[in-house]
Design a binder for this molecule. Structure first.
Ligand code: 8YV
Length: 313
């Protein structure tokens, strides 16, 4: 009889995903039961973990799982898990790259349009019956404006292609060179911000990119500029963002991610010219299914063949 490997699922995931996992593994639901009891009873035999990318797995939990061999992340970002600890312990880590590129890029464009054309404000105005009393104030044009992208990875490329279809010249700042040589590369974030109307963030989170979108960068973007964040909340200095919005030094912002999510600072919620989303960029039925399949198949492949399909470590 085959003994199923034991895995710990850190964050809540949809029931169909659990059902599939249970065909291959003994599944422990970390979010459901008292963590202390669960660790006391199962820690020595847990060989795999599954977690949402944005949540990761804490270093102290990794340290409490002596038999842990593999962590499968549901999402592309790996900034919330301490990869150095994983390397030191010989723990393999995977993520779900590429399957979510299109939906994340679509969300970027949706935020650009929503902020520029005041789509959410206009919806609130129409719903409240305000149209019967007044004309909705004008918004701004998006087509033809300059689009700046920070981080020209796969998602950055998908944003650029979509923006190019809106006749937007593409500028970028990134360690990777873009696949399209007509897109203009800049050698600093401030230089990029000065050259564009939109700054769209598609760079990875983590210590190296913490608060790289500083007050200087936001002021360089200027009073007609719009910031869109579909990366990680940690890349933006939130206090500086709130200040420039309050002072009228930035036209607006569209944000899917936040530093302390799910908490959104009240001062940011009070600003009118922002569109705020609860981290939904990859949250479509089709993409979440593809992410779920890849997250599970990484674990199955690891335990059957010793190989991850999309390894990070
Ligand atoms: C995921 C994300 O939806 O992939 C990532 O890194 O941030 C999102 O696309 C989220 O992590 C899933 O919980």
């Amino acid at each position: 009889m085959n003994i199923k490997p034991e895995i710990l699922v850190i964050t809540e995931i949809p029931q169909p995903m659990i059902d599939t996992l249970e065909r291959h593994f003994v599944v422990h639901k970390y979010w459901q039961q008292d963590a202390e009891t669960q660790l006391r009873d199962h820690a020595p035999t847990i060989r795999g973990a599954l977690t949402r990318a944005a949540k990761g797995i804490s270093t102290s939990l990794i340290e409490q799982l002596p038999a842990l061999e593999v962590i499968s992340g549901f999402g592309v970002g790996v900034d919330a898990t301490d990869l150095d600890t994983c390397r030191r312990r010989g723990i393999h880590v995977s993520n779900t790259p590429n399957v979510l590129n299109e939906c994340v890029a679509d969300t970027g464009l949706a935020l650009m349009l929503a902020v520029t054309r005041k789509i959410c404000e206009a919806d609130r105005f129409a719903r409240a019956g305000e149209w019967e009393k007044a004309v909705f104030p004008g918004a701004w044009k998006m087509s033809g404006k300059r689009c700046g992208i920070v981080g020209m990875g796969n998602i950055g490329h998908d944003v650029a292609q979509r923006a190019a279809a809106f006749n937007m010249p593409i500028h970028y700042f990134s360690p990777q060179e873009a696949r399209n040589s007509t897109w203009q590369r800049h050698d600093s974030l401030v230089a990029l911000a000065k050259a564009v109307d939109f700054l769209v963030l598609t760079l990875p989170g983590g210590a190296k990119t913490h608060h790289v979108i500083s007050r200087d960068v936001l002021e360089a973007l200027g009073p007609d500029g719009i910031l869109v964040n579909i990366a990680r909340g940690s890349v933006v200095d939130t206090e500086a963002l709130i200040a420039v919005l309050q002072e009228g030094k930035l036209r607006g912002a569209g944000l899917d991610v936040f530093e302390q999510e799910p908490h959104i600072p009240p001062a940011l919620r009070d600003v009118q010219n922002v569109v705020l989303l609860p981290h939904i960029a990859s949250n479509t039925a089709e993409t979440r299914q593809a992410m779920a399949d890849l997250t599970i198949n990484n674990l199955v492949s690891y335990f059957n063949d010793g190989k991850l399909l999309t390894p990070v470590v």
